[in-house]
Design a binder for this molecule. Structure first.
Ligand code: MG
Ligand code: MG
Length: 256
């Protein structure tokens, strides 16, 4: 399948859905407190998505190679968990000082958006704050590199150059992606790269950019649940993501 160009009407619909998703993530961020379980966050997300007339896109999604479908409506990844954490019933309770990545996706009138934020639970330490701020900035730096004619390599290059002086590990095994008609589409949008390499972006392409930064080394591994990626060295990780549409002179963020 080639890389799809969305119509103006589809982009308007994606923007509507993206607004819904942004408000769901804001409500989830407000609900993050010590003692709250990841399961409670998932239940809230599912309710809010459905109340908005939409469908959670992660629930029942089976990526290629997965042994089972994803069993929840959002991914909740705590501390050394990088992405794709499964919210569950009892084991996972948020505690003061944790950092928690909330990744959501929804289908609005048939079209898919994807966005993630990482927030602190209660008071977090200075290093955690810096990790969160830098990851969020890295996302915005990546978005700034987007315009028709730029490449996915330009985006990755911008993120990598920005992050380098901080010494954080940029996760290389996972990346941003095209989105809109499905949870994941082409192209692959890595958070590292060389200027001018990769896929040339065109106006109307819809992509998700999603840097994942580790306090330590960049290495990640898949946990035994088959979904959760964790840092190899146990260091903490943060994740921010927006869905955006490429325009002639830049991009429009759809998930705000
Ligand atoms: Mg996501
Ligand atoms: Mg994504």
């Amino acid at each position: 399948m080639g890389i799809s160009i969305k119509t103006k009407k589809e982009i308007d619909t994606l923007r509507e859905g993206g607004k819904h998703l942004a408000s769901v993530l804001r409500a989830l961020a407000d609900a993050v407190h010590p003692g709250v379980t990841t399961h409670e966050l998932n239940t809230l997300a599912e309710k809010l998505i459905k109340d908005g007339g939409d469908t959670p896109s992660f629930l029942g999604y089976a990526p290629s190679g997965a042994k089972r479908a994803f069993p929840a409506s959002i991914c909740v990844s705590i501390n050394e968990e990088v992405v794709h954490g499964i919210p569950n019933e009892e084991e996972k309770i948020l505690k003061e000082g944790d950092i928690v990545a909330l990744d959501g996706g929804l289908i609005h009138k048939g079209l898919f958006t994807d966005s993630a934020i990482t927030v602190g639970v209660g008071k977090i330490d200075t290093n955690a704050k810096k990790l969160l701020e830098t990851t969020k900035k890295a996302l915005m730096i990546g978005i700034k590199a987007v315009r028709a004619g730029a490449t996915t390599g330009d985006v990755g290059f911008a993120i990598e150059q920005f992050v380098k002086p901080f010494g954080y590990g940029i996760v290389r095994d996972l990346a941003g992606h095209g989105v809109g008609y499905a949870v994941h589409e082409e192209p692959f949008v890595p958070n590292f790269g060389k200027k001018g390499e990769g896929v040339v972006l065109k106006a109307g392409m819809v992509i998700a950019i999603e840097p994942m930064l580790n306090e330590g080394d960049a290495g990640v591994k898949l946990a035994s649940d088959g979904y959760t990626y964790v840092t190899k060295d146990g260091s903490r990780s943060a994740h921010f993501e927006h869905t955006l549409v490429v325009t002639e002179n830049g991009s429009d963020i759809l998930t705000i």
